[in-house]
Design a protein. Structure first.
Length: 621
């Protein structure tokens, strides 16, 4: 459909249409003139054929002048019956009184001796010079010629005529011949028209084809394709135009290659830069921006072009373009949003011409988010370590000072003070060991011995140990009011995972210890193990204090405690969950927590399971 529309809109169609219309007009005019002339000639010839000769009209004239009408009628009928003209359909003789005296029509014999109603005959008999000698009538859908001829005209006056002869003849043979000729003319005209269309298309193509080739070449040049070359076959105007387009294509190709080479070098540098780079004109409208800068500001490169650099860097109300141009000191810009935290250091340079006119500026964006985060974590870590170590050291110093001041002389008090010093020292040792463990995890130097183990057996092994510990504590402390119960909900299928048994046992111990520590009123600790299509998920739920929702995202941070005073009272270092997270992620797993304050917490661990069975089983131990 598109190609047809293009054809009707093309110059080729217009040239063909004009040529064909001229041919149609010429054929129509020629045909109309030819047919009209042929019709006149044929009618003239036909009138001559139906005109009665004198040897017929003279006896009729004599008979009309016979005073004996019956004898005259008989003579007229004898003359009419002797006519042998196949072109004549009927001959009617009318005397000067308008009475029909004879006719060749068998069906018209009863009209003899009756008055005629033919107006032309009446006018001829009355001497009216305006009568029509011949006329065409339509009788029963057939055209017929009526020829009214006065008789006995010798003096040039019609008043002396004894009568008129009316000859009726059918024009069917005449127009049949004309129609045959017209049919042949139309067929010949159609053949000529088809030939003219073909010739017009051919001629139009010879004229429009070079123009189409030049148009295709220029379209290719606009698309960056310079391989099309027009072949020159003559020296006319179109050939000269094609030659000029070929030269233009060559020059544009050379210029484009040079510009593209420079642009590719620039794009390569900008694309592979980790820093964001954008250039703007003197009005602050962005003209160039690399992908890093587009990612920093959170827009597409195409969408950033034309935007104001102040708005793009979210400096509205903070800095103006004039401030940036006049003060070239670097500054920080916060580009954080809901999806990311981003802080960049911004460096501005001016683009100047040799005359000193400022035509634009270049802005370099350096991401300092990670550096700021690391510096912040380092400061926080040092602060936390200092604080965590200072607390037990302060306690040890206080008790040592008390012992030095004389408490050592009291055996009971000295024993109590030394016990506290020993507990605080053990707490510092545990904290330092945990810090060393985290350091090895961060540096990737922690030794990991991966094995394929039965997670059901390992989990049961840890829970059995805690059952014995809780049962032993209950027996040793008869006054204890807390009662812990461990409920197990395991899948019946064996779940095999690849982990370091010792490290993973440490993770489970940390979570179980927290479940016991932070359930001050006892209750049920529920351990679950389920198997999905690709993962094994174990969870440990308690009925303890729970974790506020605002602290859920920070629970695995180092030294983070929900209730710091209570945590220290329980002897925790604040590093257990951080170590657990690092260990689980070392096994390509995931650990997370769901908690409701004052109702308990549930810790989840997700690991990929395998179909391989190990040689040993934890139940064997």
């Amino acid at each position: 459909m598109t190609s047809i529309t293009k054809f009707f809109q093309s110059i080729r169609f217009r040239i063909t249409l004009v040529f064909v219309l001229l041919m149609i007009i010429a054929l129509e005019l020629l045909g109309a003139f030819f047919v009209r002339q042929m019709e006149r000639q044929n009618l003239k010839t036909f009138q001559q054929q139906i005109t009665l000769p004198k040897y017929v009209t003279d006896p009729i004239t004599t008979a009309l002048r016979n005073s004996n009408s019956d004898e005259g009628n008989h003579e007229i009928q004898d003359v009419l019956s002797g006519l042998n003209n196949t072109s004549i359909e009927e001959v009617q003789v009318i005397d000067k009184t308008g009475t029909i005296r004879g006719t060749t029509s068998v069906s018209g014999q009863q009209t003899i001796s009756q008055k005629t109603t033919d107006i032309n005959a009446q006018k001829a008999l009355a001497g009216d010079q305006s009568y029509v000698t011949t006329r065409t009538i339509n009788e029963n859908g057939e055209r017929k010629e009526l020829m009214t001829t006065p008789l006995g005209v010798t003096t040039g006056r019609l008043k002396d005529v004894p009568g008129v002869i009316v000859v009726k003849a059918s024009l069917l043979p005449v127009y049949k011949n004309i129609n045959n000729v017209m049919r042949l003319f139309i067929i010949a005209g159609l053949i000529a028209l088809v030939a003219s269309v073909a010739l017009a298309l051919f001629l139009a193509r010879t004229l429009t084809r070079p123009i189409e080739q030049i148009s295709e070449q220029t379209a290719k040049i606009a698309d960056g394709d310079y391989s099309v070359v027009n072949h020159i076959y003559g020296s006319d105007e179109l050939s000269q135009l094609a030659l000029s387009v070929n030269d233009l294509s060559t020059r544009i190709e050379e210029s484009t290659e040079t510009v593209n080479a420079e642009r590719n070098r620039l794009d390569s540098v900008l694309t592979h830069m980790a820093d964001g780079v954008l250039a703007a004109n003197r009005r602050g409208e962005v003209t160039i921006i690399n992908q890093a800068a587009a990612d920093f500001v959170g827009v597409d490169r195409e969408a950033a072009i034309g935007q104001n650099v102040v708005s793009l860097l979210r400096l509205d109300g903070k800095r103006t373009l004039r401030d940036i141009l006049e003060n070239l000191d670097d500054f920080r810009v916060d580009l954080s949003d809901d999806s990311k935290e981003l802080l960049v250091q911004t460096y501005v340079s001016l683009i100047k011409r040799q005359s000193g006119f400022i035509s634009g500026l270049v802005v370099v964006l350096h991401n300092i988010t990670e550096q700021q985060r690391i510096d912040s974590e380092r400061r926080m870590f040092v602060s936390n370590v200092s604080h965590e170590l200072r607390t037990p050291l302060t306690s040890v110093r206080s008790y040592v000072d008390a012992l030095a001041e004389g408490a050592i002389d009291d055996p009971d008090m000295a024993k109590n003070f030394l016990g506290v010093v020993q507990d605080e020292t053990q707490r510092m040792i545990r904290m330092i060991n945990d810090l060393l463990e985290l350091s090895r995890l961060d540096q990737g130097t922690m030794e990991v011995k991966l094995e394929v183990i039965n997670l059901n057996s390992l989990f049961n092994f840890v829970l059995n140990r805690f059952d014995m510990i809780l049962e032993s504590d209950a027996k040793n402390d008869q006054t204890a009011t807390k009662n812990y119960n461990i409920l197990r909900e395991f899948t019946k299928e064996d779940v095999w995972v690849e982990v370091d048994p010792d490290k993973f046992t440490q993770v489970l111990d940390n979570i179980m210890n927290n479940a016991v520590k932070y359930s001050p009123d006892g209750g049920t600790i529920t351990a679950r193990l389920i198997k999905t299509k690709t993962r094994a998920i174990l969870s440990i739920s308690d009925q303890g204090l729970g974790i506020p929702r605002k602290d859920l995202d920070s629970i695995f941070n180092r030294f983070f405690r929900v209730d710091k005073s209570r945590s220290r009272a329980q002897g925790g270092t604040g590093l257990g969950l951080a170590i657990s997270k690092e260990v689980v992620e070392k096994f390509n797993g995931r650990i997370w927590v769901d908690s409701v304050e004052n109702k308990g917490s549930t810790f989840y661990i997700s690991l990929a399971y395998v179909d391989e069975e190990p040689e040993d089983d934890w139940d064997a131990e």
